[in-house]
Write a protein that binds this ligand. Structure first.
Ligand code: SAM
Length: 356
């Protein structure tokens, strides 16, 4: 994005899934090409940039977990925020942030390293009292603030979340099912198939579709594609349908209760396949995966058109890599991400027969 700093700009930090920074950078560049400046990865899972004018466009980011506006305070330690000048300034910042929410917040939270210290407790009490908000449990709160020591200069930063809930929390998710995929990861998977900009009508199939996160994210980007979700669990099919309905995509996604190893779909009919596989931790087991992974790769190969891509996510990496080597697929790219304390890997596969 170059180093041009837009005039009258504000500074932001975007929190993303570590490993998926480049996906977020691409989305930011597409969303606000003229307004952005000094876009950079500040550390794993965090991007910083400046943005001129209103940040409303940034609230539609789908690759970002949460977006924070950064405010600098020339103070030696957080205790100084209790002094009149800094307290009044931060209060004004928080009030202004809350006013931009769709409805007034009821709760607030402040996070910081050493967040159990007496000073942090006092900051929480004083700000929540002044704002008339309830203190939320640790790490939560609609009005949410992080305090951090500045890395590039002396002083402290107040990072105020721009929305009442994280951007990754999608409105369509009515039911939180175990193993449901973080929606920003699902969004990233939809960027990897290479269908962006092709404009062609495609058939995309999600084997092991669960609550349909991936295909809903796909439907929101590619309005012409035919979408099919398969899962062998009736509850997942029901919840997937509910989510698709809530996302206004129910007319777009066909849900099939079936075994992903024997999909009731014609051979050679699918352009793009996705599977967020059971990791074998909370969902399924390694023993189940030993049977499922090779069979699913075979079935995906039967269903795929010659140039099809297959995008897989798994934490059972060694098993999956071994199964891929023995399959009709070859690895086009692989990316390890950090997700809820695990380090699963995203594989983009191409049919062996496909031309590069
Ligand atoms: C990790 S979850 C997928 C979560 C999904 N991405 C979401 O966001 O909800 C894996 C899914 O695979 C399904 N599954 C496991 N074995 C299967 C099989 N043989 N055929 C079809 N689905 C299967 C499970 O029911 C579960 O819903």
């Amino acid at each position: 994005m170059g180093d041009k700093i837009p005039v009258g700009s504000s500074e932001y930090e975007a929190e993303v899934i570590p490993g998926l920074e480049s996906c977020a950078i691409d989305e930011l560049r597409q969303l606000a090409p003229a307004a952005l400046g000094n876009l950079r990865r500040s550390r794993a899972g965090f991007l910083r940039f400046r943005c001129a004018g209103a940040a409303a466009d940034l609230l539609s980011l789908r690759s970002v977990i949460a977006l924070y506006q950064i405010h600098h305070f020339a103070i030696p330690r957080p205790k100084a925020l209790l002094g009149h000048e800094h307290f009044t300034r931060l209060l004004g910042i928080l009030r202004a942030a809350a006013q931009r929410f769709g409805s007034p917040p009821l709760t607030m939270g402040i996070a910081a390293a050493g967040s159990q210290t007496a000073v942090m407790q006092r900051l929480r009490q004083e700000f929540s009292r002044a704002l008339g908000l309830q203190l939320a449990e640790a790490g939560k709160g609609e009005l949410f603030l992080r305090l951090a020591r500045q890395t590039e200069a002396a002083g402290w930063e107040a990072l105020v979340r721009t929305t009442a809930s994280p951007l990754s929390k999608r409105d369509y998710r009515l039911v939180d099912v175990p193993g449901a995929l973080n929606a920003t990861v699902a969004y990233a998977m939809t960027r990897l198939g290479g269908s962006e900009g092709s404009g062609e009508r495609q058939t995309a199939l999600n084997l092991c579709g669960g609550s349909s996160t991936i295909l809903i994210e796909h439907a929101q980007s590619f309005p012409n594609d035919t979408l099919i979700a398969i899962d062998n669990c009736p509850d997942m099919i029901r919840i997937g349908r509910q989510h698709a309905w809530q996302a206004r995509q129910s007319h777009r996604i066909i849900h099939l209760l079936a075994d992903a190893k024997r999909a009731p779909i014609a051979a050679g009919s699918v352009n793009l396949l996705y599977a967020d596989l059971p990791f074998g931790h909370h969902i399924g087991s390694h023993e189940d995966n030993v049977e499922l992974y090779p069979a699913l790769l075979r079935e995906a190969s039967r269903l795929a058109k010659p140039d099809a891509a297959l995008i897989l996510l798994s934490h059972d990496i060694r098993l999956l890599a071994r199964c891929i080597r023995a399959s009709a697929w070859r690895i086009r790219s692989q990316t390890t991400i950090s997700l809820s304390g695990l380090h699963p890997r995203l594989f983009v596969l191409q049919r062996n027969s496909a031309r590069i």
